[in-house]
Design a protein around this ligand. Structure first.
Ligand code: FES
Length: 141
């Protein structure tokens, strides 16, 4: 089987799909390789992520990874969410085929883009904290 049960589960029944009105951070990223787009919304209260939702025009792996990534950052602090790597999301999904790893990078970058927006709204320069957002590191290899 190409995809793990967890990937298929999150693809068939994705968690946290939608938008958040008055979100504290909104990020949109595109994947240079496939042209897929993802938008991430975060509600942040006192440095804690109280809600996360996403919308994507993307493939099944992008849907599954953003479903898992949003599950993983809910209830976490902004600092913990910044440390979320695409590898951690892939591991939580019991793996992805090599050709689909770049889709998990899209989910990680969408979280970071939303956090950048959050810092910008607070009047804080996000780049020293979040780093530069790359469209898709895995795609350039
Ligand atoms: Fe585009 Fe997966 S093929 S994100």
């Amino acid at each position: 089987m190409l995809y793990s049960d967890k990937v298929l589960e999150h693809f068939a029944n994705p968690h946290n799909v939608g938008e958040i009105e008055n979100a504290d951070g909104v990020g949109e990223v595109g994947n240079a390789k496939c042209g897929d787009i993802m938008k991430m919304y975060l509600k942040i209260d006192n440095g804690m992520i109280t809600d996360a939702k996403f919308k994507t025009f993307g493939c099944g792996a992008a849907i599954a990874t953003s479903s898992m990534a949003t599950d993983m950052i809910k209830g976490k602090t902004v600092d913990e969410a910044l440390k979320l790597s695409n590898q951690a999301v892939v591991e939580a999904l019991d793996g992805l085929p090599a050709s689909k790893i770049h889709c998990s990078v899209l989910a990680e970058q969408a979280v970071k883009a939303a956090l950048s927006d959050y810092y910008t709204k607070q009047g804080v320069d996000p780049e020293p904290i979040v780093g530069k957002l790359s469209e898709c590191e895995a795609c350039h290899g």
